[in-house]
Design a protein around this ligand. Sequence first.
Ligand code: VOV
Length: 247
Amino acid sequence: MSEAAQTLDGWYVLHDLRSIDWEKWNAASASEQEAATKDLLKLVAEWQAVENDKQGSYAVYSVVGQKADLIFMHLRENLQLLNEIENAFNKSAFGRFTRKEYSYVSVVELSSYLAAPGVDPMQVPEIAARLKPILPKSSHICFYPMNKKRELQDNWYMLSMDDRKAMMRSHGMIGRSYAGKVKQIISGSVGLDDWEWGVTLFSDDALQFKKLVYEMRFDEVSARFGEFGSFYVGNLLTNDAITELLK
Ligand code: VOV
């Protein structure tokens, strides 16, 4: 049996994708619409307060294209807290105007492939901070789930640790060349959801998502082993943008 990579695991993650039922919304009275908008902004304020206390983080984006209208990303210490967030949303005046399109449950993960030997990673402040990240409020988000192949010829899980380390080093080098342009949050979901990882990218320039993902397609770990689910790309929804959207 090949040696399993050790993982460091941080906050749990919920990606919650919704569509707005515009027919219902347009049929609602102005006061109902106003109450629903207020309720959504109240939820956002609660999420922001939790983030200010460093007990979790959140992101709200509108989705471009027809897969959904909104993507909410929440990070919390445990699954119960994530469940509370989705229940509160469902019960809210705004939640009643939405349809559930997709969700993804995972946990922020760092793998040990590139860890410095003899160092306790939890004692390195930057590593601890990466496990409980405050999500950047960048202009754009890109989210997709992925697997690593388990086929006869190309089975990631049967490669030696050294081979996997070498490939992850090359992967990390490409990623690092996007420093300052793209921030990545990798969350593990083996045993939690239908794919093995959630990949969430943030950038102020959406074109950088295409450039980064394209470049990685030529790198062995993605070229040989990567399998990808649907991509969701979106624009930041500030409070003003939420009010404008629902006007
Ligand atoms: C901004 C870009 C960026 C950077 C800097 C970066 C760096 C790194 C490092 C250094 C490491 C290894 C240690 C760790 O930190 O875990 C990883 C790990 C990982 N990555 Fe990555 N990645 C990026 C970006 C990045 C992208 C765009 C993708 C999607 C791949 C694609 O083809 O679409 C990805 C995937 C992953 C995954 C699934 C893992 C876990 C693999 C496992 O088997 O455990 N990643 N990644």
